[in-house]
Design a protein around this ligand. Structure first.
Ligand code: UDX
Length: 453
């Protein structure tokens, strides 16, 4: 089938690549000529496992094409995906200007019936706005064509995006058009094996489903972070509590890992956007407001531990930092906890010596060259001359470090772990201080630090 994807970002590119992989003919349209040129040379703008070979193989076989020519894109596809960004506005609500711009473009060039599919995460009611924009534009151009607007939200996770797209656990179709449903069922049939994963519903419910999924997951995390903070104060160990509650299948083990807060392009933005949308209909979304507030506070957690350990003075200290991306297997730094930590440390005169397996270039791009940021080639290199070690991201490569080496090179022999990678008893065998999130030993370490001072 002929498909066009507007927006070659994370969602658009992965979706386009997997559609091409199963045999559909895909044209990707983006306004960024540089991005298009690079993709044609095989240079993929994001780091995502498995994506580069998938895109390049399909490009070589002519099943995926890249262009800035929107007219060509509209002409090509009977199904037109909108996968452009919906960045937060100043007040946290989703900014729909890119979505609306694509809707106008589609109406401007369409010469036949089109199925317009919204993949971007958009507030409830956006499909109606897209319908209005397309209708108004068609009318102003004296064109009379029919079209459908479908909500088909994406649930991929960064770092596992290709697999999530290839093997979706559900495919949500928000449409009441039998014609559009039939076409989309055909489009997705290669992904709809074993059992029917397609759930058809009205368009507003589909739009809300996307926010509901992300907000539920963010709620689980903030809930656990709140409990972790309580566990610390009660002298309990959140890791035991986590295992204890996760064994109940109604709760489950997933997304109950406490840590230094959630980041990424989805959870922070989507929680905020739903809070703002709720306000727009005269409702205060109290749970979601709390989810956001708890996460905001949790991102300060490592900095608080460090300040408490050093009695509020980190000026001139060199802090080794492992992990910059918001989670492993991505170079994405959006809303990463590491950023909050680094910025706080810099405000207080510390020097950060950091390493990340993938996000070094991105860090450099965001912060540029500055004397208080040293990007090191290996995790070991960050340790030399450091006072303490901080871990912000749970990359596999950080899970079994050489603790003797840490003890030798980290002057104050202390680890601040924002992802609870180690057993506190193991760390103390090496004679290291260990602060983790919601674990009893963090409290003990804090107490012994203040007693010794
Ligand atoms: C998320 C959703 O999982 C995905 O379904 C949706 O389509 C987009 O948003 P993503 O942002 O890629 O995906 O990352 P995810 O793996 O969900 O992690 C988000 C953040 O939560 C990370 O910062 C991670 O470290 C944190 N997290 C996750 C926790 O702190 N604890 C957990 O138990 C799980």
């Amino acid at each position: 089938m002929k498909v066009t994807v507007f927006g070659i970002g994370y969602v658009g590119l992965v979706q386009a690549a997997v559609l091409a992989e199963v045999g559909h003919e895909v044209v990707c349209v983006d306004v960024d000529q540089n991005k298009v040129d690079n993709l044609e040379k095989g240079l993929i703008p994001i780091y995502e496992p498995g994506l580069t070979p998938l895109v390049n193989a399909n490009f070589e076989q002519g099943r995926i094409k890249f262009t800035t020519d929107a007219e060509r894109g509209v002409d090509h596809g009977e199904m037109l995906f909108i996968a452009v960004g919906t960045p937060p506005d100043e007040d946290g609500s989703a900014d729909l200007k890119y979505v609306q711009a694509v809707a106008t473009t589609i109406a401007t060039y369409m010469q036949s019936h089109k199925i317009i599919i919204n993949k971007s995460t958009v507030p409830v009611g956006t499909a109606d706005k897209v319908i209005a924009t397309v209708s108004d534009t068609l009318k102003s151009l004296n064109k009379e064509f029919t079209f459908d607007v479908v909500s088909n939200p994406e649930f991929l996770k960064e770092g596992a995006a290709v697999n999530d797209c290839m093997r979706p656990d559900r495919i949500i179709l928000g449409t009441q058009s039998a014609k559009a449903e039939k076409k989309l069922r055909e489009l997705y049939s290669p992904f709809n094996r074993n059992h029917d994963k397609i759930i058809v519903m009205d368009v507003r419910s589909a739009e809300l489903t996307k926010y509901a999924a992300n907000c539920m997951l963010a709620t689980k995390i903030s809930f656990m972070n709140e409990l972790a903070n309580l566990a610390e104060l009660f002298g309990a160990d959140i890791e035991n509590v986590r295992k204890g509650i996760g064994s109940d299948p109604r709760i489950g083990y997933q997304f109950i890992y406490p840590g230094c807060g959630y980041g990424g392009s989805c959870f922070p933005k989507d929680v905020q956007a739903l809070v703002r949308s709720a306000t727009g209909v005269g409702y205060t979304a109290k749970i979601l407001e709390a989810v956001e507030a708890v996460n905001y506070r949790q991102k300060e957690k490592l900095f608080d531990y460090i300040m408490s350990h050093y009695q509020g003075d980190v000026k001139g200290k060199t802090i080794a930092l492992w992990g910059l991306s918001f989670k492993p297997n991505t170079d994405d730094m959006r809303e990463a906890s590491s950023r909050v930590l680094m910025e706080r440390l810099w405000e207080h005169g510390a020097i950060v010596q950091a390493y990340d397996p993938e996000a070094m270039e991105e860090t450099q791009r965001i912060y540029g060259s500055r004397a208080d940021l040293r990007l090191m080639g290996t995790k070991e290199a960050t340790l030399s001359g450091s006072s303490c070690l901080v871990i912000c991201t749970e990359w596999q490569a950080f899970r079994a470090p050489d603790f003797e080496m840490i003890k030798t090179h980290v002057a104050d022999q202390v680890i601040f772990d924002g992802r609870n990678l180690f057993e506190p008893s193991l760390i103390s065998e090496y004679g290291l201080h260990y602060y983790a999130i919601g674990r009893g030993l963090s409290v003990k370490a804090q107490q012994s630090a203040s007693i010794s001072s």
